[in-house]
Ligand binder design. Sequence first.
Ligand code: ATP
Ligand code: MG
Length: 443
Amino acid sequence: MTPKAKKTRILLQAPKGMRDILPEKYRLLQNIYEKTEEIAEFYGFSPIQTPHLERAELFTASLGETSDIIEKQMYILKTRGGDRLALRPEGTAGIMRAYIENGMQNLPQPVMLWYKGSFFRHERPQKGRFREFQQFGLEIINEEKAVAEAAIIRTMVSALEEIGVGPVVVRINSLGDAECKNAYRKELLAYYRKNLSKLCGDCKRRYKTNPLRLLDCKEEQCSAIKEKAPQMVNYLCDPCKRHFKDVLEFLDSSGVNYFLDTHLVRGLDYYSRTVFEIFEDTQPEETDSGDREGSAKTAIAAGGRYDSMAKLLSGKDFPSAGGAIGIDRVAEILNERKIKIKARKKPKVFFIQIGTAAKYKSLEIMEMLRKARVPMSQSIGKDSLKGQLKIAAKLEAPYALILGQKETVENSIIVRDMNSREQETVPIEKVVEIIRKKLASNR
Ligand code: ATP
Ligand code: MG
């Protein structure tokens, strides 16, 4: 290949791990968002949008220097003005910044927010893992009680089930607070010290920098060691124990399907107490063997409590909880299960035009129908009458409007009843009124 051909080929490829969202996929995503938003609003969440770029330090300060995201996944750019900005790798830090910056602590508390959009992580692209991906997230800010994380989990489970990816199962654990986490870390280090030689390269490093993350490793050799590692729940202090019990009681009483995963930790440092991940439940209850090997391998959604984040950023205490649904993964599951997206509102009228003059005129008539809110569809590119009538029949539109050369010149249009195939020619200025009457008497 010549260098020029090579250059052209690269030019015509989206960056690695980033994709175009074509019409069909776009509609699927839109439909998923519509349902999640509706449920979030029902549970009392309000929308927020924060910038796609934030100061890089916002994330370093809150996510932790040794988290995967900070160590290797963040896209950082230097602006002309010399600022170091990052493409947001997650939503929570930006929202906490917005909460503090906009004085939202003066609103009735807690503040419940939902958000959606693109997030960016420089990781190895694979199934369900992209460099630009979409999340729908929820945050409950300034609520220390267990009801916060329970409400986040309940809302996310309802949304996932409503969309059609259910049944789902929640894996849940508690990481304790700063104090009991420390006691546990010591035990963990003692255990892993004995197994150091068997760990993968990353884990040898984690042992030194962030031992809790040893439990997060997905390498097979490390998973085996994890099995026998000490469990955080045995090290929780009394207030943390009580809090966790409250969370589980809330989940029980609201009928959420969950199980305790005593080795679940999450990738980010800002989590304390409750952490959770939501999976497709591939193992219905009747055959439940207790070890839940049947649940799918990649999480659809995840989250937890982040009591220390506000303190890290501002010195103030705003205990909070949140979570995010991976929308790309939801879309993949729907595709795998061949769940069809909700059809767009069925058109009542299909607009057919033949010839160039009619095409121009049709824009004007379509605008009249749009303003009158008549649900309408058309295929402006197609020229043959037969072809367009076929589409109208497929869409099950009860009426077709036909605008040919003759009608364009005479300022008239043909109204065709698609069922009886009866046609009448009417003046263009009367067409809206006539169609409305027909639709009304047809109801
Ligand atoms: P994983 O363990 O799969 O890397 P994570 O812990 O990094 O996930 P979170 O930061 O908690 O993920 O994000 C919440 C959800 O967003 C995940 O459960 C997943 O569904 C989705 N998600 C995370 N990273 C990606 C990605 N690179 N591409 C697509 N979806 C993603
Ligand atoms: Mg990740």
